[in-house]
Design a binder for this molecule. Structure first.
Ligand SMILES: [Zn+2]
Length: 292
């Protein structure tokens, strides 16, 4: 081997070693900068297999335990009895505790925006149930063609995200409910319509209960919502249902129909067995409520 060839070989060897070292360093650095850790602490994917399994549930009806959604339908003063019925069906993935709560908080406050996709996928079948209750055509129309399945596309339904305050949006950097609505629409069809906004007025100096009531009262219909549609509301967590009621009332005042709400989690869930979608009395209840 000539001196020149030897030098060339040595240079190639140094380059290869340097390249390997750089790739290893880049890989290690990437691991440090973007650790892939599920909110539950398990490394690997977000969500991890166990948390993903916690999302693989049939959405369940929760409106019966939302006090602000109940209306008096019959009263017997002599008998001292009263019947209450919920204003609209609300379907949730489960109770706002444990794995589900951790996932929701990681998405809302922890910057784990990638969770919107599995959330949307999990709630998509519930949109089909509400659409069936609303008497909306299922499996027809352009939205249905664009939709990928679940219980069929949902033509003509507007998915209306419940707005969060500007302060929340600025702090979190995203409009989470709109993002969730978009993911549900991607899976099941329907169209996201940002029909609602929060009105003016300040919430400063008010207690939590007053702020919730204020959020309900301040809901107004935006220009995008002036054309009445058939709507399904989308929100992250339901507690008393006051916010959903405010959203529903604002839309109804502008001629909309509201056929229900989809939420990730509920502060409380009714006792009893988890419902199986597409069958049984639960869906009969959805149909009846949808006509109100
Ligand atoms: Zn996990």
């Amino acid at each position: 081997m000539t001196d020149g060839a030897e030098e060339q070989g040595t240079a190639r060897g140094i380059c290869a070693t340097l390249r390997t070292a750089l790739i290893r360093a880049a890989r290690d650095t990437a691991g440090l900068v973007v650790p892939i850790v599920c909110p539950c602490g398990v490394e690997g994917t977000i969500p991890c297999a166990r948390c993903a399994a916690s999302l693989a549930v049939a959405p369940r009806r929760v409106e019966a335990v939302c006090s602000a959604l109940q209306v008096l339908t019959a009263a017997d003063a002599r008998g001292g009895t009263a019947d209450f019925s919920p204003l609209l069906p609300v379907l949730a993935l489960g109770e706002h505790t444990g794995d589900l709560r951790r996932l929701v908080l990681a998405w809302k406050n922890g910057g784990q925006l990638c969770l919107a996709r599995p959330f949307g996928r999990a709630l998509a079948p519930a949109l089909g149930r509400l659409a069936a209750g609303a008497g909306t055509a299922v499996g027809t129309g352009t939205a249905a063609v664009a939709g990928t399945g679940g219980e069929g596309g949902v033509a003509g339904l507007a998915l209306v995200p419940v707005p969060s305050s500007l302060a929340h949006r600025l702090r979190r950097g995203e409009d989470h409910t709109a993002m969730l609505a978009a993911e549900i629409a991607r899976e099941a069809g329907g169209e996201v319509v940002r029909a609602l906004a929060l009105g003016g007025g300040t919430q400063a100096g008010k207690g939590a209960r007053e702020r919730r009531a204020g959020r309900r009262d301040r809901m107004r219909v935006r220009r995008a919502g002036r054309e009445p549609r058939q709507a399904v509301l989308v929100d992250d967590v339901v507690t008393t249902g006051a916010t959903l009621r405010g959203a529903r009332d604002a839309l109804l005042a502008h001629g909309w129909s509201v056929h229900g709400a989809l939420v990730l989690a509920a502060a409380r869930v009714p006792g009893g067995a988890v419902e199986v979608p597409g069958t049984g009395a639960a869906d009969e209840g959805v149909r009846n409520l949808g006509r109100r």
